[in-house]
Design a protein around this ligand. Sequence first.
Ligand code: SF4
Ligand code: SF3
Length: 540
Amino acid sequence: MFCFQCQETAKGTGCTIAGVCGKKEDTAGLQDLLVYNLKGLAVVADAARQQGRFDLETGLFVCQALFATITNANFDNTRMVELIKATISRRDGLKLATGFSSDLDCVNWNGSEADYAAKAAEVGVLSQANEDVRSLRELLIYGLKGMAAYTDHAAMLGKQNQDIYDFMISALATTTRDLSVEEMVGQVLKCGEVAVTAMALLDEANTSAYGNPEISKVNIGVRNNPGILISGHDLKDMEELLKQTEGTGVDVYTHSEMLPANYYPAFKKYDHFVGNYGNAWWLQDKEFASFNGPILMTTNCITPVKEAYRERIYTTGMAGWPGAKHIGERPEGGSKDFSALIEQAKTCAPPVEIETGEIVGGFAHAQVMALADKVVDAVKSGAIKRFVVMAGCDGRQKNRSYFTEVAEALPQDTVILTAGCAKYRYNKLALGDIGGIPRVLDAGQCNDSYSLAYIALQLKEVFGLDDINDLPISYDIAWYEQKAVVVLLALLSLGVKHIRLGPTLPAFLSPNVAKVLVENFDIKPVGDVESDVAAIMAGH
Ligand code: SF4
Ligand code: SF3
């Protein structure tokens, strides 16, 4: 196997024996084969699109299949095999319908399941020998995977946009063609641009369904009832779980990236929605054990399931773990059925308390804009000197303490803007406030990174600036998986420069591709805390 799509890739170069994430060689092969077949489907669908025959259903299918290959989303070989077969059958159906023919192998490969492992070994990342072409194609594919996740979430709430699917299909198809370096870079940057549209669509989907997030205090302690813990990013699952647990005597808690569900008016109204339990995804082995009740993983990030909670963990949507119970899709016009979790919860002990107190969040764009006068006054008076965007992901590596230390070292007149599970590195520190504005403003999930871009663009207008880079905002981003990759591309497409990225730069950037990013956007790796904080405060 060879996989280098996430920040924790082995030795900072690539996982070759087994994934640091727990992905086994056979699963890695099936994911490679799925992506290979999706390229074939994309080539045919792109041709169908030009005949006016490409539809939302194929677009959503491609998104969901790509989503299943994101880091820590799905480790279940059975699901991968189903997705490969469904991809080939869709591709062949479209070929027939359009009369499309091509001699591309990915368009014609029709091996049986017995051939999967051998074919997978031929079509992985390293099948492209030129490291720069490989780097640009993989950068595009990882951006598309991130976009696919956001687009799927929006679709689950009834919002789809054919233009987004059109781009994703044509971009994926380009990875089978010999493009010039300029054309490949163009695709990558276009991916960032379309990602802004995809993230805006998701924002509209979330806020039109559940209201605008509002300043909220979130309980991090426990109550004395049995509970269900819900993790991942899918708010539709959250809604249905809250409805189905109401009046059952079972409490609901969020974990990791589901924490921001606590900020939505539509969810806060439920008395049995207690708060958030635990921290970022990588601590789930301990925290799921002590939670005692059923756990629902709605999306990434699931880690290798431990014996202590094997019988209590459920997946749904594109998440999967071999042997874990999977809650099927909602029937047309209906809801998913979470009754198995609820019945199991009733037999479980209440969660063990691991923390007490409250954390504050809910600073998505509408809430921040409601405070705009206060924020602008604080900047004009000098009470706020700088905003530091520290959004992104958390992860296992010790060097991520950098982000905690930066949060602690930033002067009292700075405000941290965050989104994603990166926040767990500093959201429980007592960093105080500036005239009532908390020093950590959490906009929500990584899915809500759009809010941070929106806030920056609004502030640019308020301050009458021509260039987004003239705002007193610095970017010190933590990345782990492919959603962070597309957020980064989205920021670049908005013209944001001088981003610090850590804890390490992506292994999939070849030296030449990294050079392009440095020269055009001044992207840099994080350095030591003291010098980075000094540079940030000096506006560098
Ligand atoms: Fe390795 Fe990351 Fe790929 Fe998992 S997703 S196999 S940790 S590079
Ligand atoms: Fe986290 Fe997986 Fe990236 Fe959604 S849950 S930000 S890592």
